[in-house]
Design a protein around this ligand. Structure first.
Ligand code: 16G
Ligand code: MG
Length: 546
């Protein structure tokens, strides 16, 4: 073993050395920074994925992507056996391995093996996937070399969306009970359920089976194109920003959500239903121009409420006894939470930002719908719920209406990629619900009106001086900041604001909502100034958003 680790260190030092002392941390979405600073990290994460696979005796995934970030950035995250994010205790181990000095690589590896009771040589199998960034192939090779250096086996899926990789990992680790671990398996599972739900009437009421899609010039555009072969003509998706331009540049779900404006290169006519994916296709937002030509955004909150409402209806109609819960973060628009409580009558939970928190909380419900306002989310069904739905769908002795609703629920489970938020699967889910309700985009939007809101960033000397509690809704440190925020908020009608350190960028984020856009801007600005003052702001003093 010593010999093997020694050779692995040698290859690491020669081919993928750590070139600077710069500290790097496994954050909310793995490691993410300039691609050129990541080669040693990728090699080491290959090693770590193999170790994790040996420990769990299961397939582990390595996804190379920086999601919605610009092209010079890249990143890597590990996918655990059930398709979920890497366990928190291993994030610490990942950070330690990534930052080990070149000459300490071998000893750090030995220590990880020993502390986690891992015997090297046990079969390790790692699935590797990457997004379309120019830096991704080289980084993927570094990861593959890392895996092989400790005798792990690799399946390289090439360019795939993040949720596809999660899907493949889950399929293989469930002995294919969840599906076939390849692209064909993914496309055919989702598309056959989608087509069966749609039937032969592609349009219904105000719903028309065509939409415009902004592919963010990323992997989602490629995969949607390939998907169209399977979907046939039951839905017409016109793809813009389909890969000729720069990844995420002036387009993509993050751009649309944060700037609240349409992507470039997409003609938008009044009433046309349009959607944006992000760079690795795990986020989705919708938008349209209303009859006055105003840009209207339908974000993750709108998707969550639409989907939860539909699932609740089907559960009721089928007569199965299952509870539905909805999980949000502090970023959820206040109007959405009010609508869920007062109109939908669905239990709602709030958790800190980051997919792992939402996913785990959602698993506590029979049927858990989770979405971040930024458009990342999915629906998870407990095994008992899946069994109940399956039985009701197969039970022909049920009254026809109940059985039909159960059959729809059963099919709906296959449209959904339960392993993680998946923009393409979510898009087909939204389209299914709109089709079933006979709704156009305006009817969907009419459920509730978002409170105007604003997000700002503040640069501070050390963002970790901001500590939060209560699912990031309150700030416990630095002392006095929360009471200042409280008194600012109190001046605004329907005001709400919170601050939190970003998990992906070196900034503090400020969120504010109020009764008008001008007030939301003003509230965000006043809070940003307080953060700057009390948390050691650096650089320019925050200015009022334009
Ligand atoms: C990451 C998270 C996303 C979260 C975002 C917040 C995962 C896979 N992704 O992209 O869920 O919304 O970070 O970023 O967990 P921030 O901490 O910079 O605001
Ligand atoms: Mg993403």
């Amino acid at each position: 073993m010593a010999d093997l680790l020694n050779k692995s260190q040698q290859l690491g030092t020669e081919k993928y050395p750590r070139k600077s002392e710069k500290w790097i941390q496994y954050g909310t979405a793995g490691f993410r920074t300039k691609a050129e600073e990541l080669t040693h990290v990728l090699y080491r994460m290959g090693i770590l994925a193999a170790f994790r696979s040996m420990q769990k005796n299961a397939i582990i995934g390595v996804m190379i992507t920086a999601s919605h970030n610009d092209e010079p950035d890249n990143g890597v995250k590990l996918v655990d056996p059930h398709g979920e994010m890497l366990e928190a205790s291993w994030e610490v181990i990942a950070t330690k391995l990534a930052n080990a000095k070149n000459e300490d690589l071998e000893s750090t590896m030995s220590q990880i093996l020993e502390e986690n009771g891992i015997t090297i040589g046990t079969n390790a199998m790692v699935y590797v996937g990457r997004d379309t960034r120019p830096s991704s192939p080289f980084l993927a090779q570094a990861a593959i070399d890392g895996i092989k250096s400790v005798q792990g086996c690799v399946t390289d899926f090439g360019v795939v969306s993040t949720p596809q990789l999660h899907f493949f990992v889950t399929c293989q680790n469930t002995n294919k009970a969840y599906g076939e671990p390849n692209e064909e398996g993914y496309f055919s599972k989702i598309s056959s359920a989608f087509k069966a739900l749609r039937g032969s009437n592609y349009d219904n009421g105000s719903y028309q089976h065509s939409l415009s899609l902004d592919g963010a010039n990323g992997v989602g555009a490629l995969k949607m194109k390939a998907f169209q072969e399977y979907l046939g003509n039951c839905i017409e998706v016109t793809i813009y920003n389909s890969g000729d331009g720069k990844l995420n540049y002036q387009c993509g779900a993050d751009h649309v959500k944060v700037l609240q404006k349409p992507p470039q290169n997409m003609p938008l006519e009044v009433g046309t239903r349009a959607a944006s994916l992000d760079g690795d296709a795990d986020r989705l937002v919708y938008f349209y121009l209303d009859t006055q030509g105003n840009f209207k955004l339908l974000d993750g909150d709108k998707i969550a409420t639409l989907v939860a409402g539909y699932i609740k209806k089907l559960i009721k109609e089928s007569g199965v006894n299952l509870n539905v819960g909805l999980v949000q973060t502090a970023y959820a628009n206040g109007s959405s939470t009010e609508y869920i409580n007062n109109t939908l009558g669905v239990e709602v939970a709030c958790v800190p930002t980051g997919v792992k928190y939402l996913h785990h909380r959602a698993l506590e419900f029979d049927v858990g719908v989770y979405f971040e306002a930024n458009g990342h989310g999915t629906v998870v069904f407990s095994s008992a719920a899946m069994e109940t739905i399956k039985n009701a769908a197969a039970d022909e002795s049920l009254p026809a209406e109940r059985n039909a609703a159960a059959k729809q629920l059963f099919l709906l489970m296959d449209v959904i990629n339960q392993t993680v938020g998946d923009a393409i699967s979510d898009l087909l889910l939204v389209e299914t619900v709109l089709h079933a309700f006979g709704w156009g985009v305006a009817e969907w939007d009419a459920a509730y009106t978002d409170l105007p809101n604003r997000q700002m960033k503040v640069s501070v000397a050390d963002r970790n001086v901001i500590q939060t509690a209560d699912a990031e809704r309150r700030c416990t440190d630095p002392p006095g900041l929360q009471s200042e925020i409280d008194s600012i908020v109190a001046k605004f009608n329907k005001g709400r604001s919170f601050v939190r350190p970003s998990g992906t960028e070196d900034v503090v984020r400020v969120y504010a909502e109020a009764d008008s856009q001008a007030n939301a801007d003003k509230l965000a600005h006043e809070v940003a100034l307080k953060v700057y003052e009390l948390a050691n702001g650096v650089g320019n003093v925050p200015s009022l958003p334009k």
